[in-house]
Every structure is written in structure tokens, then in C-alpha cells.
Design a protein around this ligand. Structure first.
Ligand code: ADP
Length: 491
């Protein structure tokens, strides 16, 4: 099968969060299974050019229709750890992708509407006719709309679209200008509740809703989240739309790429280990302490890695720091804030805790350090307010770092409480789960993890090994996506 992924991220060259990991990991799995996969991405000024091999211009004269005229683009091509990627670079005064950031500009909707249009125009002009186009999140929600309303009539009638939603909170909104810019025009037609009109703001188009309505298949990133978004609050207003399209909607649990996230072969950690040589994890713990200037004492290390954002339960992350210290554990945080207020809050905490030898807060994005933390820590906390899938708990498991998670979204599908899980046998359990959003709830799980570390090291080790034996690779999700592709191709 010939599959083209259109996305705004692909790790490690463009990574703001889990989306990048998923786009890369899924592409790799599909290729390993013998399919042809290509990726179309924006050419950001800030992406990691050192992670691209053989970057060269592949298509110099791509004119992308935009408003009444057209924007000239160049398309570059290169390999990102073996994946063939095409990067679109527009040349216009808008400077869509030369902003020093991936997201967060006031005209993000225009930037990614343009990207969606340019990606399809590129496929059309370069005679690429994939069997399946797989696009991701609001940034590419307009891809199926444009494909089935415009490009279908220009020779792309056989393409099918699978649309994966990684985060319902960010949906992409815009007014009629989006329609005029992309050539969709026909305001009354698109401003209809059955199409792109937002379910709550009648004056706004909703990109993600467009993706749901027009795609051949829609997925989100875990089975439990698929239920939450249809029947709970986490669909952020799209629950009813999803319910109407439920016959083509499913949750597929993300995987992680064990070529990258694997303590047996990880090149960023000083001591590699397996479940059988788990005692070598201690060398990484020592290295982590040295690197972050923590005192070398007999205490467990609790870690948090992730965005510092309301979604991630920052208040509980904050509480976990002090609770760990209170319980005589050390705490390491690696996180970047998405909002200024939260950034300032944690910067303040950092300076407040600066002289404490048992805690280190690293504010920023650091891929290499994250590997060392996964390998060196004993416990990883994921107290998310909501979590479509969550990768950090799965990575933690692979590194023998026991997850303490809140029971929402994909965390429910992946972590099973050591003491209480009703559906798993004791030897199948792999972490600690709490449900409420108050500090006491977090304590109910974190305390048990820290206490087990102190009072029953053998049992703690057993729990680590049980976690390491789980297979959350792309093997199963890869198969599931292929079934979906097959289904939409032959429907
Ligand atoms: P998100 O909601 O951000 O997509 P996920 O748990 O799905 O959360 O994925 C987070 C990914 O980003 C993981 O691979 C994690 O290691 C990585 N990550 C998050 N924050 C940082 C950071 N500050 N530095 C390095 N890696 C990070």
C-alpha cells in the first residue's frame, strides 16, 4: 500500500509532544511491514536540521492557489532516520513557517490551512497518488475537506483519508476568510452544521469538525478516550459530531517506538539494561544525580516529564514535588510551559528549591535528558487532567520506572493498579492509579509507590519487571491501522 502522512510534526526533526512520536513511529512500523510511506511536513525554520539526512530541493516550482492568486513554494526532500519526508517552504510575505516556533502565532489557522492546501497541491502536481492519506489533528483537518471538495475533481478521486485526533482541545477555528483563501468559497454550504460550522459558535468554521465529517475514517489515540470524547466532556464540543459519525470512529492505542525508547539499546544513557539486568538501572540513577547535582543517598527518585499545561494536571505535578520531598524521596522535573503564567510559576519554584539537594526542576525541552530521566528514575508521575493516550507512562514502563497515573483516557488502557485493579491478575499489574483531581488522591497512589520502594524492595523490583514485560510497541496499533486502511480502500 502507498501511504502519505500529512502532519505538522514528526519526531525527532519536529517535535512539540506526542504527535511527533506517533507520526514517526507509525510510519516506521508501516514501512517495516512492507508498505511505502512518505511524509509531508512544513519546513519550519526551527526544526532540527541535524536530524535530516540528504536534504535537497525536490520540487522547485510549486504554485499553491491562495486567495485570488498563488504562492510560490519549494519542496525539499530528505530522510529522517530512514523515513522519506517532504518539507514545504512557501515564499511569501506571510513567512508562514519562519516564526521561530511551531505553534502559537495569532494566524495559526491560516498557516495550517495553507499547509493543508499546499500538501495536496504538492501531491497533485508531483503525480503522487497514495492509496491512503493519513492526517493528524486540527492542523490538517482541512485536508479531507479540500481533497473531496476540490482535488477529487482534478484527478485525485481514488484517495482515501484516515484522520487521527490526538488532542480535542485544540480544534482550529476561522471565519469565511479561510474559505476564500483555500478556494473552497461557497460560504453558505460550509457554514452548515452538517459540515464545518462550529457546534457552538455559529460564526466560526471548525477545522477538526471538517476533518471528522469529511474523512473516510476517524481515530483517536486510545479506546477509552474514544468513549470519553463521545459521551463525556473531553470532546470539547465535538461529542455529538463524533456520535453522529460513530460508524467510522474508533480508538486505536498509540504505540511507542522501541528502537528509540528501549533501555537495551538507548544511546543517551550511560548503562544499558534489561529486565534481567535491572540492577544496572542504578548506574543511570547515579549518572542522573551527578548530572542534576542531586545528593547521592538511598532514596527513590520520582520524575515528571511533559508539558507544563493545565491538561497535564500542573497543580498535581506541583503537589507531587512537595509530597515526594515529604515522603523522603527525590524529585526531578523536565517540562516546558505552554503558557506564560505557568512558566513563571515553575520558574519561581525552581529558584525557591534551588538549594535543595533532593530536587531538580529543568525547564525547557531536552530530548537527550528525558532518556536519562526515564532510565534513572524509580517512579514517574502522570497526574493528567485529561490524557488522550499519553506516552510517558508507556516509556516509563519500558525503562522499569513505575508509573503513578490518574485514571483517565489512555492511562486507563495502559496502567493497572498494583493493589486494586479488578481486571488484571496481580502478576499483570504495572503501576498505581488514582482517580480524583485533588492532592489527597495523588497522595493515595504516590505514597504507596514510595512506601513499597522503602519497605519491600523485592516487590518493587517485581513490579518494575512486570511493567517492562508489557508490549506497547507499534506492532498491534500498526496492524490495526492497516486494517482501517484496507477497510476504507475497499468500501
Ligand atoms: P503530549 O500531550 O505532550 O503529546 P505525550 O505523553 O503523548 O504528551 O507525549 C509526550 C512526549 O514528549 C514524550 O515522548 C515525552 O518524553 C516528550 N516530552 C514532553 N516534554 C518534554 C520535555 N520538556 N523535554 C523532552 N521531552 C519531552
Amino acid at each position: 500500500m502507498y501511504i502519505v502522512q500529512i502532519a505538522s510534526e514528526c519526531a525527532p526533526v519536529i517535535k512539540a509532544g506526542g504527535l511527533g512520536d506517533v507520526v514517526y513511529g507509525l510510519s516506521r512500523e508501516l514501512e517495516v511491514r512492507g508498505h511505502c510511506v512518505e511524509l509531508v511536513l512544513p519546513k519550519y525554520d526551527t526544526m532540527r536540521y541535524d536530524q535530516i539526512w540528504g536534504l535537497h530541493d525536490a520540487y522547485r516550482d510549486l504554485w499553491v492557489p491562495w486567495y485570488g492568486g498563488a504562492i510560490h513554494c519549494s519542496v525539499y526532500c530528505g530522510w529522517v532516520h530512514g523515513r522519506l519526508c517532504f518539507f514545504i517552504e512557501p515564499h511569501s510575505g506571510d513567512n508562514f513557517f519562519n516564526r521561530g516556533c511551531y505553534y502559537g502565532c495569532p494566524d495559526d489557522n491560516m498557516r495550517f490551512a495553507f499547509f493543508s492546501k499546499a500538501a495536496l497541491e504538492f501531491l497533485l502536481q508531483s503525480n503522487k497518488r497514495p492509496d491512503v492519506i493519513h492526517c493528524h489533528d486540527w492542523q490538517t483537518g482541512l485536508v479531507p475537506v479540500l481533497l473531496f471538495e476540490i482535488y477529487k475533481y482534478h484527478g485525485m478521486g481514488n484517495q482515501r483519508v484516515c484522520y487521527t485526533i490526538h488532542n480535542f482541545k485544540h480544534q482550529g477555528f476561522g471565519g469565511p476568510e479561510i474559505l476564500w483563501a483555500t478556494g473552497l468559497n461557497r460560504e453558505p454550504y460550509y457554514f452548515h452544521y452538517d459540515r464545518l460550522r462550529d457546534n457552538f459558535n455559529p460564526f466560526s468554521l471548525n477545522f477538526m469538525k471538517g476533518g471528522i465529517v469529511f474523512s473516510n475514517f476517524v481515530t483517536t489515540v486510545s479506546p477509552n478516550h474514544a468513549l470519553e470524547v463521545q459521551f463525556g466532556d473531553y470532546g470539547y464540543g465535538l461529542g455529538h459530531t463524533l456520535y453522529l459519525h460513530r460508524h467510522k470512529f474508533r480508538g486505536v492505542l498509540n504505540g511507542i517506538d522501541y528502537d528509540i525508547w528501549n533501555p537495551e539499546i538507548d544511546r543517551f544513557i550511560p548503562a544499558r539494561y534489561t529486565a534481567q539486568t535491572l540492577e544496572d538501572k542504578a548506574k543511570n540513577k547515579k549518572a542522573l544525580r551527578e548530572r542534576l547535582l542531586l545528593q547521592d543517598v538511598n532514596k527513590p527518585i520520582v520524575a515528571y516529564i511533559g508539558r507544563l499545561d493545565e491538561q497535564k494536571g500542573v497543580h498535581l505535578v506541583h503537589h507531587a514535588i512537595y509530597r515526594s520531598l515529604f515522603k523522603n524521596a527525590q524529585f526531578v522535573l523536565l517540562g516546558s510551559a505552554t503558557e506564560r503564567g505557568i512558566g513563571a510559576w515553575f520558574a519561581h519554584e525552581k529558584s525557591y528549591l534551588n538549594d535543595n539537594p533532593d530536587v531538580h526542576l529543568e525547564l525547557g525541552f531536552n530530548e537527550e535528558l528525558s532518556h536519562l530521566i526515564y532510565a534513572g528514575a524509580d517512579v514517574i508521575v502522570v497526574p493528567s487532567h485529561y490524557e488522550p493516550c499519553g506516552l510517558t507512562q508507556m516509556i516509563g514502563l519500558k525503562y522499569g520506572t513505575v508509573p503513578v497515573v490518574r485514571g483517565v483516557g489512555g492511562l486507563v488502557d495502559t496502567i493497572f493498579d498494583r493493589d486494586y485493579d479488578p481486571h488484571k491478575l496481580p502478576e499483570q499489574r504495572n503501576g498505581y492509579v488514582f482517580y480524583h483531581t485533588d492532592p489527597a488522591a495523588l497522595e493515595s497512589a504516590l505514597d504507596r509507590a514510595i512506601d513499597l520502594w522503602y519497605t519491600a524492595p523485592d516487590q518493587f523490583r517485581q513490579l518494575q519487571m512486570q511493567g517492562m514485560s508489557y508490549d506497547y510497541s507499534w506492532n498491534y496499533p500498526g496492524k490495526e491501522y492497516l486494517e482501517i486502511y484496507d477497510f476504507i480502500r475497499h468500501r
